[in-house]
Every structure is written in C-alpha cells, then in structure tokens.
Design a protein. Structure first.
Length: 233
C-alpha cells in the first residue's frame, strides 16, 4: 500500500512541477497517477486480510506450526504444537519511518527486530547499530530477559555462493549453530557440529517445524523464523 501511495505522491509532484514550469497538462497522465489510489486500497485490503488470517490461525497437524503471510506489521503471531499455543512472536521497529520503508518491494527484511515469547522464555533479536543499508553482512544481538546472550549474523562465503545456499551463524551461551537453506528450497535446517538438529518447511504461508531437543527448542524455533524473515523465505 505504501509503495502505491508513494508513487502517487511522486507522480502528483512531478506532473504539477512540469505543468507550472512548462505549461504541459495531459488528462491521461493524471488519470494514470490517480490509478495508484485504488491500487493502494486494494493492497491495503489484502494486507489486512493476511494479518487477520495470521491472527486467527489455530494450529495445524501434530507438530509445531505457525502462519506467516504478513511480514511487515507489528502484529502478534502464534506458534502452536498441535492445537496448543506454545509461544508467540512479533516484529518491532525503532523508528516510525522504518515501518514505512520496509513496505516497499525487495526491502522487507531491512530493520529486522523480533521479539519472541516461547515456553516462558523471552528472546529478542535486535539489529546492531550502524548497519549499512547496502551491506550484505548484517549482525544482530540475541537478548534473553534483557541480557545479551549471543548473536546471529549472515555468513556469506564463496562456497555458499557456489552452492546457492543462504546461511546464518548463530551463537548462544557459547554454543554455535548454523541455520541454512538452499535458495531453491523451502526447507531450512539447523546444524550443530555438522549434525542436523532441527528443520523447518514452508507450504505457502504455513510453517512447520521439527525440533526434537526440548532444551534448545525455543532458541531454534526463533532462529528458523528469523531466518525466513531475513531471507524472505
């Protein structure tokens, strides 16, 4: 929606300026600019429907599941095990303009901060200060109950580029995990000491998770959800 409103504003300013300076006025051009408004309303209704469907989701199947269609708002999303809520997460923004910026195409993963409440544990993934908008190397801190307990960062190497694999390296209280996914796959896996310990799949907006280890369950669920939002999986 914000994208179309922005295009409408730019178009109005451009046509007005041209009309004032060059005395050029064409109805067809103004009609094209005003067409952005109904497009914005249509997109707004779609976004609102996605948010409501995410909120209304009540679990699916016997494992861990969540619904992720709306990726830009600060609405709360639930994580279920079968039909029982086991946690929730929401996106946050430090500045109001950050929220509007990510509404434009291809940048929805910018200014990514996530708050999780899982199994009575509060985790926060917060982007480190000073990250450049054009950098493909990004880092976040992991906080638990207000204490910094680890970090997560993009891992861009020649080997990963050749393998067409997207990777995040996550550390938590001295343990290191690698969250990875082939770019042509909807499957995510978490590795520790080169052994796969958790996986996630996506079918349209439905996310499913397999996390056998209860001790790391909250952290790995949070890490895989964070991965999907950062890489727009």
């Amino acid at each position: 929606m914000v994208y179309f409103i922005g295009m409408f504003a730019v178009g109005v300013v451009a046509l007005t300026a041209r009309g004032l300076y060059f005395d050029i006025f064409r109805w067809t051009e103004w009609g094209s600019v005003f067409a952005f408004l109904p497009a914005a309303l249509l997109l707004f209704s779609i976004e609102r429907r996605q948010q409501k469907q995410d909120t209304a989701f009540a679990g699916n199947g016997a494992g861990y599941t969540s619904r992720l269609s709306d990726r830009q708002s600060t609405g709360i999303k639930q994580i279920y095990r079968a039909e029982t809520v086991v946690g929730s997460y929401r996106r946050t923004f430090k500045q109001v303009w950050h929220r509007w910026f990510v509404a434009f195409p291809k940048v929805e993963n910018f200014f990514l901060n996530l708050d999780f409440n899982l199994s009575q544990r509060e985790l926060r993934f917060e982007e480190k200060a000073g990250q450049r908008l054009w950098s493909n190397q990004t880092e976040w801190t992991i906080e638990e109950s207000g204490e910094t307990v680890g970090d997560i960062r993009t891992e861009n190497t020649v080997r990963h580029a050749v393998e067409f694999t997207e990777v995040l390296r996550m550390t938590y209280r001295g343990e290191t995990y690698q969250i990875r996914s082939p770019r042509l796959s909807r499957r995510i896996e978490v590795r520790r000491d080169k052994k796969t310990i958790a996986t996630s799949h996506r079918k349209r907006y439905l996310l499913t998770f397999d996390v056998p280890d209860l001790e790391t369950q909250a952290l790995l669920l949070a890490g895989m959800i964070f991965f999907r939002l950062h890489f727009r999986e």
